[in-house]
Design a binder for this molecule. Structure first.
Ligand code: SF4
Length: 208
């Protein structure tokens, strides 16, 4: 039987920066996904005290954009916890494009979100990110709300690093920056023994 690691907060981790896991499903199956490495039952459930002490919440999963109630979760976080200064959402890309509520209710969706952390894993994810960032409706959302974004690129078996760099050059990031939406780009390696990098992980009592 596969033995998974138990999650514990890293020594000195900033407990005000919470990676809040709300679901498990993402549609991809990356072999070194951190969710496969840890026993997710050992990730502590977020308490009211945790959220009252948070300055930043990063919604993660799975892919949060597959959660039908994501818009309600965002609204409630902002309504109940005025102490939370920044809210970010992690996505691989394709699930965000697939979420029809975003373009139906764009202001409600993004008015409380400071940025998106895109981390494409499949060809569909790469295509979805390019499609979104070239769509005037998303450009408007980025410039109005999603001002601090990140694109995190991991090695894969369908693109070389050079092709990833060309992909990044093909995105309209400079144009978006001129509207006030910043996109930091990071190239990361997969970790055989994933270590949370700053902040702490918390989860909902049930995954959505
Ligand atoms: S896309 Fe992210 S959450 Fe999904 S399997 Fe890959 S690393 Fe894990």
């Amino acid at each position: 039987m596969e033995i998974k690691r138990k999650y514990t907060d890293e020594p000195g981790a900033d407990k005000g920066a919470i990676h809040l896991m709300i679901n498990r499903w993402c549609g991809n199956s990356c072999p070194l996904c951190c969710n496969r490495q840890y026993d997710l039952e050992t990730v502590p459930v977020a308490t009211v005290e945790d959220l009252k002490a948070a300055h930043t919440v990063m919604l993660t999963g799975g892919d949060p954009f597959y959660v039908e109630s994501l818009m309600d979760i965002l609204a409630q976080l902002r309504y109940d916890y005025h102490n939370i200064e920044y809210v970010y959402i992690y996505t691989s890309g394709f699930p965000m494009l697939e979420n029809v509520d975003i373009l139906r209710y764009p202001e409600q969706f993004f008015s409380g979100v400071n940025g998106i952390n895109f981390s494409p894993k499949s060809i569909s994810d790469y295509a979805a990110i390019r499609e979104m960032l070239s769509n005037p409706q998303y450009i408007f959302q980025c410039s109005a709300y999603l001002r601090n974004n990140r694109i995190i690129l991991m090695p894969n078996d369908f693109m070389t690093r050079k092709q990833q760099e060309e992909y990044i050059k093909s995105l309209p990031l400079e144009g978006l920056a001129s509207y006030g939406a910043k996109f930091d780009v990071e190239y990361r390696e997969w970790q055989e023994e994933f270590q949370p990098n700053g902040g702490v992980w918390r989860r909902l009592p049930v995954f959505l």
